[in-house]
Every structure is written in C-alpha cells, then in structure tokens.
Design a binder for this molecule. Structure first.
Ligand code: NAP
Ligand code: MG
Length: 399
C-alpha cells in the first residue's frame, strides 16, 4: 500500500508527560503507517524549552507563521513546584500564551460528539464551537477599594494634553470601583478570526454582548463586528450559505440551550471563559474537547484542550497501567492534516483525516473506550481498555 504524500511540512510541537507518550504512540500506530508524514519538529517538552531558554517556542511560532498550520501536544506551564521538579533556570511562560501572543490569535474550542455520551442538553445534536476573545476586559483591569465618602471619576489624558472625564460614582460611604479596557485593533482581529473560521467550517456565526446596558463599551464590539462583516465578509458568507447573527447575550443563552448545535458562538472574554466551561461540561468531558488557535491572517494551530494528565503520567512512571483518553490529541492531528490537505489541494490527505476521525469515533461506538468515557457512556456492551489498547483498536479499524 503506498502512503499518502504531503507537500508542505506541518509544524509539529511535541509536549510533556502522559500526552508526550500518547503523541509518540499516535504517530507510530495511526499516522506513519498511512501517511508519508512531512513535519518540521519542535520539541516543546519542558526540558528542551529550558535548555534553549524557551527559544524553541518562539521558533515554533515563527514556523507556523511561515507554513500556516501547526499541531501541538499539551505542555507543562511551569509553576514554583515545576521549577523545583525539573530544576529549571527560570519559570518559563506558558507556551500557549507565547503562541497566542505571537500569532495574535483567537481560540476556538469544540467538543467531539460521540454516540453513547449524551450531552446534558438533550436538544444538542451537533457540536457548539466557542470562540473566546482572549484580550482585555476584566482580565486586564484596574481596581480600587474606596474606603469612605469620595467622588470616583474616569480620566483620559491625550498626548496633546486634551482630557476627557466622567463621574463613576459619588460615594457617600465605602465601596469598590474597576476600570477595564479593550482596543479597536484587538476587537477587529477577533472579529476577522471568527469570520474566517466560520467560513472554513461553513457554519453560522453568532456573536453576543450586553450592548443594551453597555452603550459605548459593548456597543463598540457590536459595531466593529457589523462593519467588518458588511465590508469584508458578507459576500463570502452569502456564497457559502451561512449567516452572521448578532444578539444580546441573554437571548443568545436561551437560544443556545434550545438549539440543535452546529454553529460557532463568539463571546467576549469573560462570557467566553464561563460559557466554554459550561458548554464543555454539558457535552461530557474535557478529554473530548479540541482547540484551535486561528490568527487574523489565517494561520492555524491545533491541540487538545486538556493538559498533560500528570496524575496518569506518575502512575505510568511507577509501572502501573493507564487508561488515558487520546481522542482530543488524535483530533488535533486530524484537524491539522485536513487543513494542510485543504491548503495544498491534497484530497487524499483530507479523506485520511476523515477516516481517522471516523475510526476513532467508531471504536468508541463499538464499545471500546478509556476509563473516563467508560464512566460516562450509556452503551450496554462497553469495555474499558488501557491507553495503548485504545490506539490499537483504532488502528485496526483504520487499516
Ligand atoms: P489535565 O492534564 O487536563 O488533567 C486534569 C484531570 O482531568 C486528570 O487528572 C484527569 O482526571 C482528567 N483528564 C484530563 N485529560 C484527560 C485525558 N485525556 N484522559 C483521561 N483523563 C483526563 O490538567 P492538570 O492536571 O491541571 O494539568 C497538568 C499539566 O498540564 C500542568 O502542568 C498544566 O500546566 C498543563 N496544562 C497544559 C495545557 C496545554 O498545554 N494546553 C492546558 C492545561 C493544563 P483523573 O485524574 O480523575 O483521571
Ligand atoms: Mg474558565
């Protein structure tokens, strides 16, 4: 059997702990037998990040800018305990944060839906993809405690000395105030990433804010989205038969719950933080959640939404058996290979990505699954297998 060929390299970013072990096994069992993998390899595992003073993360981000598509294994974000454990030179920054900043990207998260794992919301039949704006608002705030009667004001000073001020509140007693901001540039990048992603998935895009209450702040988000849609995307949306739809966050929440799914929901930073946790939980499991970072100029980085599954890794190191779910990591690979296939016009590579996903879901629907899914699945003839047995079962189906 001749292997499927690739033309442009995929940027491969290896990672840490249990997911690093799964990464290697996925390549050996599910990819290399079928695809003549063309990858540019970056080792984002913590020891090599430390050895290169984190230069490897920067190099990987530049490679994604150059080639357009990357796939990333989960990585450790060091804290004080990790500095000790790995004898690090420094507490290196989160690789995901570095990649997001360098690619100026928006993160889209979508659940993998499979028979036997029913969403808590019974009307949901298709995944809901959540797009979260990852800059500003309450995450970059300035807060003050006001310890007694006082007048609190907003003050803006321009370089030419011009000022703008507004009373927040005339306090008669103690209280609190908070200043938040966003920038037109960041909102516009977020909007373009959402419109591009909706076109690439051929799904409707919903966007919601609280513009009725926040008549300047949230309204600015609504206006920027509307203007970019009208001037840059309307024709392409109509040609693709998809819709851009703005509604108040309250209305969006009600509609999402009553929906069948199958659309992208764009949210401001805080709404996206809370709603993505709710949607993920309602769909079943974090181990079944995929994530893709999309830049405004159309670069893609695919990964699993979960971490390095440290607890399972320590069991593995003690020689104990693990049953770690590799679905989100497999779907990161299939997503990246499919995107590479689309960009390079390689229909066979896209078809392979489809088969890889179908074989993965088919294995679970046959009743073969890892422990986390075993606990959730409503299938009658289900069997719990270990980490590698699960991959072997998928490989057998794929072959
Ligand atoms: P985690 O790796 O997501 O795991 C938390 C728990 O969720 C696990 O102990 C396990 O529960 C369950 N779980 C997660 N993924 C699973 C899978 N694929 N299969 C089965 N069960 C799964 O989060 P964490 O333990 O908080 O973080 C570990 C490391 O990952 C940290 O160093 C953190 O910095 C890093 N992290 C990286 C990323 C990223 O690269 N994108 C994201 C988050 C965290 P049970 O133990 O109950 O089985
Ligand atoms: Mg959250």
């Amino acid at each position: 059997m001749s292997k499927i060929q690739m033309t442009t390299p995929l940027v491969e970013m290896d990672g840490d702990e249990m997911t690093r072990i799964l990464w290697q096994a996925i390549k050996e069992k599910l990819l290399l037998p079928f695809v003549d993998l063309k990858c540019e390899y970056y080792d984002l595992g913590l020891p090599y990040r430390d050895q290169t003073n984190d230069q490897v993360t920067v190099d990987a981000a530049n490679a994604i800018k150059k080639y357009g598509v990357g796939v990333k294994c989960a990585t450790i974000t060091p804290n004080a305990q990790r500095v000790e454990e790995y004898k690090l030179k420094e507490m290196w920054k989160s690789p995901n944060g570095t990649l997001r900043a360098m690619l100026d990207g928006t993160v889209f998260r979508a659940p993998v839906v499979v028979k036997g794992i029913a969403p808590s919301v019974s009307t949901w039949q298709k995944p809901i993809t959540l797009a979260r704006h990852a800059y500003g608002d309450v995450y970059k705030n300035s807060e003050l405690y006001v310890d007694g009667a006082a007048k609190a004001e907003l003050l803006v000073t321009y370089p030419d000395g011009r000022t703008d001020r507004k009373v927040i509140h005339e306090f008669t007693d103690s209280g609190i105030i908070q200043g938040v901001h966003n920038t037109d540039k960041s909102i516009a990048s977020f909007a373009r990433a959402c419109f591009n992603y909706a076109l690439s998935l051929k799904q409707d895009l919903w966007f919601s804010t609280k513009d009725t209450i926040s008549k300047i702040y949230d309204h600015r988000f609504k206006d920027i989205f509307a203007e970019i849609y009208e001037t840059e995307y309307k024709e392409a949306f109509e040609a693709a038969g998809i819709e851009y739809f703005y509604t108040l966050i309250d209305d969006a929440v009600a509609r999402v719950i009553r929906s069948k799914g199958g659309f992208i929901w764009a949210c401001k930073n805080y709404d996206g933080d809370v709603m993505s946790d709710m949607v993920a939980t309602a769909f079943g499991s974090l181990a079944m959640m995929t994530s893709v970072l999309v830049s405004p100029d159309g670069k893609y980085e695919y990964e699993a939404a979960h971490g390095t599954v440290t607890r399972h890794y320590y069991k593995h190191l003690k020689g104990e058996e693990t049953s770690t779910n590799s679905v989100a990591t497999i779907f990161a690979w299939s997503g990246a290979l499919r995107k590479r296939g689309e960009l390079d016009n390689l229909p066979e590579l896209c078809a392979f990505a489809d088969r890889l996903e179908a074989s993965t879901l088919g294995t679970i629907e046959d009743g073969i699954m890892t422990g986390d899914l075993y606990l959730l699945s409503t299938l009658e003839n289900k069997k719990k297998v270990n980490s590698l047995e699960f991959l072997d079962a998928i490989a057998a189906k794929l072959a």
